[in-house]
Design a protein around this ligand. Structure first.
Ligand code: HEC
Length: 179
């Protein structure tokens, strides 16, 4: 009678498996131990300080109601309203915002349009509010940097409007923090 040869499986040396199993057990224990702590605010957590709003968020919160969600402006923005004010113009590069240097854009947002009203020309009234009490210096620059990003690669009369505006801005840049 032939000898029945039993196939043997590949022997697993237990002395090598044991440390690996122990390591898994340790990792599992660590995960369980760390789990419940996640999300609990530690007293020193930086989360207590709100992150600065980005230009896009500042625009959505402060400007979009008048200038449109994408800065497209109000319809017929160059035709005056009955009260003599103009509708809000596009800021996305379709209007003429890019004619204004950084410094002037800053002054428009900071001090509003009323600064351009004059007794000698009562026909001009501005509905552009002043933001100097609502937005910080950095926030005004952040929101205007976002506005400028809306211009993309638009071209007028063969000029990139971003490059043209950058040239104007060399003489009238954003003001430094402490004027
Ligand atoms: C209550 C409506 C209103 C809000 C809110 C508003 N604007 Fe205006 N904005 C206007 C109007 C209207 C003008 C048109 C100029 C004028 O009448 O003085 C204008 C003009 C401007 C101009 C000059 C545009 C140009 O082509 O000459 C800039 C830049 C501007 N706004 C930026 C902003 C920014 C940035 C915000 C948000 C921080 C903002 N505006 C919020 C109404 C508004």
């Amino acid at each position: 009678m032939p000898e029945v040869r039993r196939r043997r499986s590949i022997p697993v040396p237990m002395d090598r498996v044991a440390p690996i199993l122990a390591l898994f057990a340790l990792l599992a224990a660590l995960l369980v131990a760390c789990g419940p702590d996640q999300g609990e605010a530690s007293p020193n957590a930086a989360a207590a300080v709100p992150a600065p709003l980005t230009g896009r968020e500042l625009f959505a919160a402060n400007c979009a109601t008048c200038h449109g969600a994408e800065g497209e402006g109000q319809p017929n923005w160059h035709i005056a309203n009955d009260d003599g004010t103009l509708p809000a113009p596009p800021l996305n590069g379709d209007g003429h915002t890019w004619h204004h240097a950084d410094g002037l854009l800053y002054r428009i947002v900071s001090q509003g349009g009323a600064q351009f009203e004059s007794p000698s020309d009562p026909s001009f009234k501005s509905a552009m509010p002043a933001f100097e009490d609502r937005l910080s210096h950095e926030e005004i620059i952040a929101v205007l940097t976002y506005v400028k990003s809306l211009w993309g690669n638009k071209v007028r009369m063969d000029f990139s409007i971003r490059e043209s505006q950058a040239l104007f801005s060399e003489r009238d840049p954003f003001p430094p923090q402490s004027p």
